[in-house]
Design a binder for this molecule. Structure first.
Ligand code: UD1
Length: 417
Protein backbone atom coordinates (compact mmCIF):
# COMPACT_ATOMS: atom_id res chain seq x y z
CA UNK A 1 0.00 0.00 0.00
CA UNK A 2 1.34 3.43 -0.82
CA UNK A 3 2.40 5.85 1.90
CA UNK A 4 3.11 9.56 2.03
CA UNK A 5 5.72 11.22 4.17
CA UNK A 6 4.93 14.79 5.21
CA UNK A 7 7.28 17.12 7.06
CA UNK A 8 6.54 20.71 8.04
CA UNK A 9 8.04 22.81 5.25
CA UNK A 10 8.20 26.28 3.82
CA UNK A 11 5.10 28.42 3.69
CA UNK A 12 3.25 28.04 0.38
CA UNK A 13 4.13 30.19 -2.58
CA UNK A 14 3.03 29.97 -6.21
CA UNK A 15 0.25 28.69 -8.34
CA UNK A 16 -1.60 25.41 -8.65
CA UNK A 17 -3.94 24.40 -11.48
CA UNK A 18 -7.23 22.93 -10.33
CA UNK A 19 -8.24 19.77 -12.22
CA UNK A 20 -11.66 18.79 -13.53
CA UNK A 21 -14.16 17.60 -10.92
CA UNK A 22 -14.01 13.90 -10.08
CA UNK A 23 -17.68 13.84 -9.12
CA UNK A 24 -18.71 15.34 -12.44
CA UNK A 25 -16.33 13.40 -14.70
CA UNK A 26 -17.54 10.05 -13.33
CA UNK A 27 -21.20 10.89 -14.09
CA UNK A 28 -20.43 12.23 -17.57
CA UNK A 29 -18.64 8.96 -18.28
CA UNK A 30 -21.73 7.07 -17.08
CA UNK A 31 -23.95 9.28 -19.24
CA UNK A 32 -21.98 8.23 -22.33
CA UNK A 33 -23.85 4.92 -22.07
CA UNK A 34 -26.91 6.81 -23.34
CA UNK A 35 -25.98 7.23 -27.01
CA UNK A 36 -23.78 5.53 -29.59
CA UNK A 37 -20.80 7.37 -31.00
CA UNK A 38 -17.50 8.93 -30.00
CA UNK A 39 -17.29 11.23 -26.98
CA UNK A 40 -14.40 13.53 -26.12
CA UNK A 41 -14.23 14.66 -22.49
CA UNK A 42 -11.69 17.34 -21.64
CA UNK A 43 -10.38 18.19 -18.18
CA UNK A 44 -11.06 14.68 -16.86
CA UNK A 45 -8.71 14.20 -13.89
CA UNK A 46 -6.19 11.38 -14.17
CA UNK A 47 -7.16 9.64 -10.92
CA UNK A 48 -7.84 6.09 -9.83
CA UNK A 49 -11.65 6.47 -9.72
CA UNK A 50 -11.73 7.59 -13.36
CA UNK A 51 -9.72 4.45 -14.14
CA UNK A 52 -12.34 2.32 -12.36
CA UNK A 53 -15.22 3.99 -14.23
CA UNK A 54 -13.25 3.42 -17.45
CA UNK A 55 -12.92 -0.26 -16.63
CA UNK A 56 -16.64 -0.43 -15.93
CA UNK A 57 -17.46 1.09 -19.33
CA UNK A 58 -15.03 -1.35 -20.96
CA UNK A 59 -16.65 -4.27 -19.12
CA UNK A 60 -19.92 -3.08 -20.66
CA UNK A 61 -18.36 -3.25 -24.15
CA UNK A 62 -17.33 0.38 -24.65
CA UNK A 63 -13.82 1.65 -25.34
CA UNK A 64 -12.07 4.28 -23.26
CA UNK A 65 -8.67 5.81 -23.91
CA UNK A 66 -6.64 8.77 -22.77
CA UNK A 67 -5.51 10.70 -25.87
CA UNK A 68 -2.15 12.41 -26.24
CA UNK A 69 -3.79 15.78 -25.63
CA UNK A 70 -5.03 14.34 -22.26
CA UNK A 71 -8.69 14.28 -23.32
CA UNK A 72 -10.64 11.13 -22.57
CA UNK A 73 -12.14 9.48 -25.63
CA UNK A 74 -15.06 7.12 -25.13
CA UNK A 75 -16.58 5.08 -27.92
CA UNK A 76 -19.94 3.44 -27.41
CA UNK A 77 -20.92 0.95 -30.11
CA UNK A 78 -24.33 -0.63 -30.71
CA UNK A 79 -23.98 -3.54 -28.24
CA UNK A 80 -23.83 -3.16 -24.47
CA UNK A 81 -23.38 -5.63 -21.62
CA UNK A 82 -25.81 -4.13 -19.11
CA UNK A 83 -23.93 -5.07 -15.95
CA UNK A 84 -21.86 -3.34 -13.26
CA UNK A 85 -20.08 -6.20 -11.46
CA UNK A 86 -19.43 -6.33 -7.71
CA UNK A 87 -15.62 -6.02 -8.06
CA UNK A 88 -16.04 -2.53 -9.52
CA UNK A 89 -19.05 -1.27 -7.52
CA UNK A 90 -17.38 -2.40 -4.31
CA UNK A 91 -14.33 -0.30 -5.18
CA UNK A 92 -16.32 2.72 -6.28
CA UNK A 93 -19.92 3.41 -5.33
CA UNK A 94 -20.30 5.99 -8.12
CA UNK A 95 -20.58 2.92 -10.42
CA UNK A 96 -24.30 3.01 -9.52
CA UNK A 97 -24.54 6.03 -11.85
CA UNK A 98 -24.86 3.64 -14.80
CA UNK A 99 -28.23 2.38 -13.54
CA UNK A 100 -30.36 5.16 -15.05
CA UNK A 101 -28.45 5.31 -18.37
CA UNK A 102 -28.58 1.52 -18.84
CA UNK A 103 -32.33 1.34 -18.18
CA UNK A 104 -32.89 4.18 -20.58
CA UNK A 105 -30.55 2.92 -23.31
CA UNK A 106 -31.18 -0.85 -23.26
CA UNK A 107 -34.12 -1.37 -20.91
CA UNK A 108 -32.18 -3.50 -18.46
CA UNK A 109 -29.43 -3.15 -15.84
CA UNK A 110 -27.68 -5.48 -13.44
CA UNK A 111 -25.80 -3.45 -10.87
CA UNK A 112 -24.20 -4.88 -7.73
CA UNK A 113 -25.81 -3.46 -4.60
CA UNK A 114 -23.15 -1.33 -2.91
CA UNK A 115 -22.36 -2.36 0.63
CA UNK A 116 -21.31 -0.15 3.52
CA UNK A 117 -18.23 2.01 3.32
CA UNK A 118 -16.26 4.48 5.36
CA UNK A 119 -19.17 6.93 5.28
CA UNK A 120 -21.39 4.39 7.06
CA UNK A 121 -24.30 2.79 5.25
CA UNK A 122 -25.10 4.52 1.97
CA UNK A 123 -28.36 3.20 0.59
CA UNK A 124 -29.61 3.71 -2.99
CA UNK A 125 -33.30 3.45 -2.13
CA UNK A 126 -34.02 6.92 -3.54
CA UNK A 127 -32.33 6.03 -6.84
CA UNK A 128 -34.51 2.92 -7.13
CA UNK A 129 -37.77 4.59 -6.03
CA UNK A 130 -37.36 7.43 -8.50
CA UNK A 131 -36.53 5.11 -11.41
CA UNK A 132 -39.55 3.00 -10.43
CA UNK A 133 -41.68 6.13 -10.68
CA UNK A 134 -40.55 6.35 -14.32
CA UNK A 135 -41.68 2.77 -14.91
CA UNK A 136 -38.64 0.61 -14.09
CA UNK A 137 -38.97 -2.48 -11.91
CA UNK A 138 -36.25 -3.89 -9.65
CA UNK A 139 -35.43 -7.16 -7.99
CA UNK A 140 -32.55 -8.00 -5.70
CA UNK A 141 -30.97 -11.30 -6.62
CA UNK A 142 -27.65 -12.68 -5.32
CA UNK A 143 -26.43 -9.21 -4.35
CA UNK A 144 -27.32 -7.71 -7.73
CA UNK A 145 -30.04 -5.16 -8.35
CA UNK A 146 -31.74 -6.29 -11.54
CA UNK A 147 -33.70 -3.56 -13.26
CA UNK A 148 -36.02 -3.75 -16.26
CA UNK A 149 -37.90 -1.13 -18.17
CA UNK A 150 -39.72 -0.57 -21.43
CA UNK A 151 -39.48 3.02 -22.62
CA UNK A 152 -39.47 5.03 -19.41
CA UNK A 153 -42.35 7.45 -18.92
CA UNK A 154 -41.80 10.89 -17.42
CA UNK A 155 -43.66 11.94 -14.28
CA UNK A 156 -43.19 14.15 -11.23
CA UNK A 157 -40.71 12.83 -8.67
CA UNK A 158 -40.36 14.48 -5.28
CA UNK A 159 -37.07 13.49 -3.68
CA UNK A 160 -37.26 13.01 0.06
CA UNK A 161 -33.77 14.51 0.28
CA UNK A 162 -31.76 16.31 -2.43
CA UNK A 163 -29.53 13.31 -3.13
CA UNK A 164 -26.80 14.02 -5.68
CA UNK A 165 -26.70 10.46 -7.02
CA UNK A 166 -30.49 10.05 -7.22
CA UNK A 167 -30.88 13.40 -9.02
CA UNK A 168 -28.20 12.37 -11.53
CA UNK A 169 -29.77 8.98 -12.22
CA UNK A 170 -33.12 10.72 -12.78
CA UNK A 171 -31.61 13.25 -15.17
CA UNK A 172 -30.00 10.52 -17.24
CA UNK A 173 -33.08 8.28 -17.22
CA UNK A 174 -35.48 11.15 -17.88
CA UNK A 175 -33.51 12.47 -20.86
CA UNK A 176 -35.06 9.98 -23.29
CA UNK A 177 -38.22 9.12 -21.32
CA UNK A 178 -41.57 9.66 -22.95
CA UNK A 179 -42.99 13.01 -21.85
CA UNK A 180 -41.84 15.30 -19.08
CA UNK A 181 -40.04 14.38 -15.87
CA UNK A 182 -40.12 16.96 -13.10
CA UNK A 183 -37.68 16.49 -10.22
CA UNK A 184 -38.62 18.40 -7.09
CA UNK A 185 -36.21 18.90 -4.19
CA UNK A 186 -33.42 18.13 -6.67
CA UNK A 187 -29.76 18.39 -5.65
CA UNK A 188 -28.26 21.71 -6.80
CA UNK A 189 -24.53 20.89 -6.84
CA UNK A 190 -22.45 22.39 -9.69
CA UNK A 191 -21.78 18.81 -10.87
CA UNK A 192 -25.55 18.42 -11.48
CA UNK A 193 -25.48 21.54 -13.67
CA UNK A 194 -22.46 20.14 -15.52
CA UNK A 195 -24.29 16.87 -16.19
CA UNK A 196 -27.35 18.81 -17.40
CA UNK A 197 -25.14 20.87 -19.72
CA UNK A 198 -23.58 17.67 -21.09
CA UNK A 199 -27.00 16.06 -21.64
CA UNK A 200 -28.31 19.20 -23.33
CA UNK A 201 -25.32 19.19 -25.65
CA UNK A 202 -26.25 15.57 -26.46
CA UNK A 203 -29.70 16.77 -27.51
CA UNK A 204 -31.62 16.48 -24.23
CA UNK A 205 -33.91 19.19 -22.87
CA UNK A 206 -33.06 19.69 -19.22
CA UNK A 207 -34.22 22.95 -17.65
CA UNK A 208 -33.60 24.36 -14.20
CA UNK A 209 -30.48 22.38 -13.17
CA UNK A 210 -28.88 24.21 -10.25
CA UNK A 211 -32.33 25.00 -8.82
CA UNK A 212 -34.54 22.72 -6.65
CA UNK A 213 -36.88 21.98 -9.57
CA UNK A 214 -35.50 20.36 -12.71
CA UNK A 215 -37.74 19.76 -15.69
CA UNK A 216 -36.64 17.20 -18.28
CA UNK A 217 -38.58 17.06 -21.51
CA UNK A 218 -37.85 13.62 -22.92
CA UNK A 219 -36.44 13.40 -26.44
CA UNK A 220 -36.33 10.43 -28.81
CA UNK A 221 -32.62 10.43 -29.46
CA UNK A 222 -29.32 11.62 -28.07
CA UNK A 223 -25.92 11.82 -29.73
CA UNK A 224 -22.28 11.58 -28.62
CA UNK A 225 -20.56 14.94 -28.01
CA UNK A 226 -17.47 16.75 -26.73
CA UNK A 227 -17.49 18.49 -23.36
CA UNK A 228 -15.14 20.08 -20.83
CA UNK A 229 -15.58 19.03 -17.18
CA UNK A 230 -16.29 21.72 -14.56
CA UNK A 231 -13.33 22.50 -12.21
CA UNK A 232 -13.15 20.51 -8.98
CA UNK A 233 -14.45 22.62 -6.10
CA UNK A 234 -13.40 19.99 -3.56
CA UNK A 235 -9.82 20.09 -4.80
CA UNK A 236 -9.87 23.90 -4.61
CA UNK A 237 -11.21 23.71 -1.03
CA UNK A 238 -8.44 21.23 -0.19
CA UNK A 239 -5.71 23.64 -1.31
CA UNK A 240 -7.34 26.51 0.61
CA UNK A 241 -7.38 24.38 3.77
CA UNK A 242 -3.76 23.34 3.17
CA UNK A 243 -2.84 27.01 2.80
CA UNK A 244 -4.54 27.71 6.13
CA UNK A 245 -2.22 25.31 7.97
CA UNK A 246 0.96 25.86 5.92
CA UNK A 247 0.65 29.66 5.62
CA UNK A 248 1.77 31.67 2.58
CA UNK A 249 0.18 32.79 -0.65
CA UNK A 250 -1.30 30.83 -3.57
CA UNK A 251 -3.29 31.21 -6.74
CA UNK A 252 -5.69 28.41 -7.58
CA UNK A 253 -5.75 28.60 -11.37
CA UNK A 254 -9.08 27.63 -12.90
CA UNK A 255 -10.97 27.40 -9.58
CA UNK A 256 -14.54 28.72 -9.67
CA UNK A 257 -15.09 31.10 -6.75
CA UNK A 258 -18.83 31.16 -7.52
CA UNK A 259 -18.98 27.43 -6.65
CA UNK A 260 -17.31 28.07 -3.30
CA UNK A 261 -19.21 31.05 -1.89
CA UNK A 262 -19.89 29.77 1.62
CA UNK A 263 -16.55 28.04 1.95
CA UNK A 264 -14.75 31.27 1.00
CA UNK A 265 -16.84 33.10 3.59
CA UNK A 266 -15.99 30.51 6.30
CA UNK A 267 -12.30 30.43 5.45
CA UNK A 268 -12.29 34.22 5.51
CA UNK A 269 -13.60 34.01 9.08
CA UNK A 270 -10.81 31.54 9.82
CA UNK A 271 -8.33 34.25 8.83
CA UNK A 272 -7.57 33.62 5.16
CA UNK A 273 -7.57 36.53 2.75
CA UNK A 274 -9.28 35.33 -0.43
CA UNK A 275 -10.04 37.15 -3.69
CA UNK A 276 -11.72 35.73 -6.74
CA UNK A 277 -9.81 36.48 -9.95
CA UNK A 278 -10.79 36.25 -13.61
CA UNK A 279 -9.48 32.69 -13.94
CA UNK A 280 -9.11 31.46 -10.40
CA UNK A 281 -8.82 32.36 -6.75
CA UNK A 282 -5.99 34.16 -4.96
CA UNK A 283 -5.52 33.46 -1.23
CA UNK A 284 -3.11 34.28 1.56
CA UNK A 285 -2.75 32.97 5.13
CA UNK A 286 -0.62 34.09 8.04
CA UNK A 287 -0.75 33.34 11.75
CA UNK A 288 -2.96 30.81 13.53
CA UNK A 289 -6.40 30.12 12.11
CA UNK A 290 -9.38 31.47 14.05
CA UNK A 291 -12.05 29.07 15.36
CA UNK A 292 -15.40 28.79 13.52
CA UNK A 293 -18.66 26.87 13.58
CA UNK A 294 -19.41 24.84 10.46
CA UNK A 295 -22.37 22.63 9.55
CA UNK A 296 -22.51 20.61 6.33
CA UNK A 297 -25.57 20.80 4.09
CA UNK A 298 -26.45 20.02 0.47
CA UNK A 299 -25.24 22.68 -1.98
CA UNK A 300 -25.09 25.67 -1.68
CA UNK A 301 -24.28 24.72 1.94
CA UNK A 302 -20.81 23.71 3.08
CA UNK A 303 -20.15 20.34 1.39
CA UNK A 304 -19.70 17.24 3.51
CA UNK A 305 -16.58 16.59 1.41
CA UNK A 306 -15.01 19.81 2.78
CA UNK A 307 -15.50 18.96 6.44
CA UNK A 308 -12.52 16.64 7.13
CA UNK A 309 -10.22 19.31 5.68
CA UNK A 310 -11.85 22.09 7.69
CA UNK A 311 -11.61 20.00 10.86
CA UNK A 312 -7.87 19.57 10.23
CA UNK A 313 -7.57 23.37 10.16
CA UNK A 314 -9.74 23.73 13.29
CA UNK A 315 -7.26 21.46 15.13
CA UNK A 316 -4.75 24.32 14.87
CA UNK A 317 -7.14 27.22 15.54
CA UNK A 318 -6.74 29.67 18.34
CA UNK A 319 -9.81 28.47 20.29
CA UNK A 320 -12.73 26.04 20.14
CA UNK A 321 -14.57 25.24 16.89
CA UNK A 322 -17.78 23.29 16.39
CA UNK A 323 -18.39 21.09 13.35
CA UNK A 324 -21.68 19.37 12.49
CA UNK A 325 -22.01 16.63 9.85
CA UNK A 326 -25.58 16.60 8.51
CA UNK A 327 -25.16 14.69 5.25
CA UNK A 328 -23.52 11.35 6.09
CA UNK A 329 -23.95 9.71 9.49
CA UNK A 330 -20.73 8.01 10.53
CA UNK A 331 -18.30 10.11 8.53
CA UNK A 332 -15.98 10.74 11.51
CA UNK A 333 -13.51 7.87 11.27
CA UNK A 334 -10.72 10.33 10.53
CA UNK A 335 -11.14 11.92 13.97
CA UNK A 336 -9.27 9.06 15.64
CA UNK A 337 -6.43 9.54 13.16
CA UNK A 338 -6.19 13.28 13.90
CA UNK A 339 -6.18 12.40 17.61
CA UNK A 340 -3.01 10.35 16.97
CA UNK A 341 -1.41 13.66 16.01
CA UNK A 342 -2.47 15.23 19.29
CA UNK A 343 -5.69 16.88 18.07
CA UNK A 344 -8.24 17.58 20.80
CA UNK A 345 -11.58 16.54 19.32
CA UNK A 346 -14.70 15.37 21.14
CA UNK A 347 -17.37 13.53 19.15
CA UNK A 348 -20.94 14.17 20.30
CA UNK A 349 -23.38 12.42 18.00
CA UNK A 350 -22.99 14.13 14.65
CA UNK A 351 -21.15 17.10 16.19
CA UNK A 352 -17.45 17.63 16.81
CA UNK A 353 -16.03 19.96 19.42
CA UNK A 354 -12.49 20.84 18.34
CA UNK A 355 -10.12 22.54 20.79
CA UNK A 356 -7.35 24.05 18.71
CA UNK A 357 -3.70 23.45 19.63
CA UNK A 358 -0.73 25.65 18.71
CA UNK A 359 1.02 22.63 17.21
CA UNK A 360 0.22 19.03 16.30
CA UNK A 361 2.76 16.26 16.51
CA UNK A 362 3.72 14.15 13.49
CA UNK A 363 2.69 10.48 13.78
CA UNK A 364 1.90 7.44 11.67
CA UNK A 365 -1.75 7.78 10.57
CA UNK A 366 -4.13 6.22 8.06
CA UNK A 367 -6.13 7.74 5.20
CA UNK A 368 -9.57 6.20 5.82
CA UNK A 369 -11.08 7.69 2.66
CA UNK A 370 -10.23 10.25 -0.03
CA UNK A 371 -11.02 13.46 1.85
CA UNK A 372 -9.87 12.08 5.20
CA UNK A 373 -6.53 11.35 3.52
CA UNK A 374 -6.29 14.94 2.33
CA UNK A 375 -7.14 16.09 5.88
CA UNK A 376 -4.18 14.10 7.25
CA UNK A 377 -1.84 15.89 4.83
CA UNK A 378 -3.29 19.27 5.81
CA UNK A 379 -2.80 18.58 9.53
CA UNK A 380 0.70 17.17 8.92
CA UNK A 381 1.82 20.37 7.16
CA UNK A 382 1.69 22.07 10.58
CA UNK A 383 2.83 19.19 12.79
CA UNK A 384 6.20 18.86 14.50
CA UNK A 385 8.32 16.13 12.98
CA UNK A 386 7.31 13.55 10.41
CA UNK A 387 3.88 12.20 9.59
CA UNK A 388 3.56 8.98 7.61
CA UNK A 389 0.18 8.56 5.98
CA UNK A 390 -0.67 4.92 5.34
CA UNK A 391 -3.24 3.76 2.75
CA UNK A 392 -2.47 6.88 0.73
CA UNK A 393 -3.96 5.08 -2.28
CA UNK A 394 -7.27 6.56 -1.10
CA UNK A 395 -5.92 10.02 -1.87
CA UNK A 396 -5.00 8.95 -5.41
CA UNK A 397 -8.62 7.92 -5.96
CA UNK A 398 -9.67 11.54 -5.97
CA UNK A 399 -6.69 13.87 -6.42
CA UNK A 400 -4.70 14.28 -9.61
CA UNK A 401 -0.94 14.64 -9.01
CA UNK A 402 -1.57 15.69 -5.40
CA UNK A 403 2.01 15.22 -4.26
CA UNK A 404 3.44 17.11 -7.28
CA UNK A 405 1.00 19.95 -6.81
CA UNK A 406 1.83 20.29 -3.10
CA UNK A 407 5.56 20.13 -3.82
CA UNK A 408 5.07 22.84 -6.43
CA UNK A 409 3.80 25.14 -3.68
CA UNK A 410 6.77 24.37 -1.44
CA UNK A 411 5.35 21.58 0.76
CA UNK A 412 7.66 18.81 1.95
CA UNK A 413 5.59 15.80 0.87
CA UNK A 414 7.03 12.65 -0.67
CA UNK A 415 5.69 9.30 -1.74
CA UNK A 416 7.38 6.43 0.06
CA UNK A 417 6.48 3.57 -2.27
C1 UD1 B 1 -22.08 12.45 -3.87
C2 UD1 B 1 -20.58 12.58 -3.97
C3 UD1 B 1 -19.95 12.62 -2.59
C4 UD1 B 1 -20.58 13.72 -1.77
C5 UD1 B 1 -22.10 13.57 -1.77
C6 UD1 B 1 -22.82 14.70 -1.05
C7 UD1 B 1 -20.03 11.45 -6.03
C8 UD1 B 1 -19.33 10.31 -6.68
N1 UD1 B 1 -20.04 11.44 -4.70
O1 UD1 B 1 -22.37 11.19 -3.23
O2 UD1 B 1 -18.55 12.86 -2.75
O3 UD1 B 1 -20.09 13.63 -0.45
O4 UD1 B 1 -22.59 13.53 -3.10
O5 UD1 B 1 -22.47 15.92 -1.60
O6 UD1 B 1 -20.53 12.33 -6.69
N2 UD1 B 1 -29.13 8.66 0.55
C9 UD1 B 1 -30.12 7.76 0.87
N3 UD1 B 1 -30.69 7.03 -0.14
C10 UD1 B 1 -30.34 7.19 -1.44
C11 UD1 B 1 -29.31 8.13 -1.76
C12 UD1 B 1 -28.73 8.85 -0.75
O7 UD1 B 1 -30.49 7.60 2.02
O8 UD1 B 1 -30.89 6.51 -2.31
C13 UD1 B 1 -28.52 9.46 1.62
C14 UD1 B 1 -27.05 9.15 1.80
O9 UD1 B 1 -26.85 8.02 2.62
C15 UD1 B 1 -26.55 10.43 2.44
C16 UD1 B 1 -27.38 11.50 1.74
O10 UD1 B 1 -28.54 10.82 1.23
O11 UD1 B 1 -26.85 10.44 3.80
C17 UD1 B 1 -26.65 12.23 0.62
O12 UD1 B 1 -26.23 11.32 -0.35
P1 UD1 B 1 -26.06 11.74 -1.88
O13 UD1 B 1 -26.32 13.19 -2.05
O14 UD1 B 1 -26.86 10.79 -2.70
O15 UD1 B 1 -24.52 11.47 -2.13
P2 UD1 B 1 -23.84 10.60 -3.25
O16 UD1 B 1 -24.46 10.88 -4.57
O17 UD1 B 1 -23.73 9.19 -2.80
Amino acid sequence: MSRLLVRPGETFRGEVTISGAKNSALKLMAASVLAEGRYVLRNVPDIADVGIMGRLLEAMGMSVRRREDAALEIVRGPALVAEAPYELVERMRASTAVLGPLLSAVGEARVALPGGDDFGSRPIDMHLASLEALGATFELSHGMIEGRAGRLVGCEVVLEYPSVGATENLLMAGATAQGTTTVRNAAREPEISDLAAFLNRMGARVLGAGSPTIVIEGVDELRAVEHTVVPDRVEAATFLAALATAGGEVTLRGARADHLDLLIEKMGRMGLRISPEADGIWAMASGRPRPVDVATLPYPGIATDFLPMLVAVMCLADGTSYATENVFAGRFRYVGELARMGAQIRVEGHHLVVDGSARLSGAPVRAVDIRAGAAMVIAALAADGETTIHDAGHIDRGYERFVDKLQGLGADVTRLD
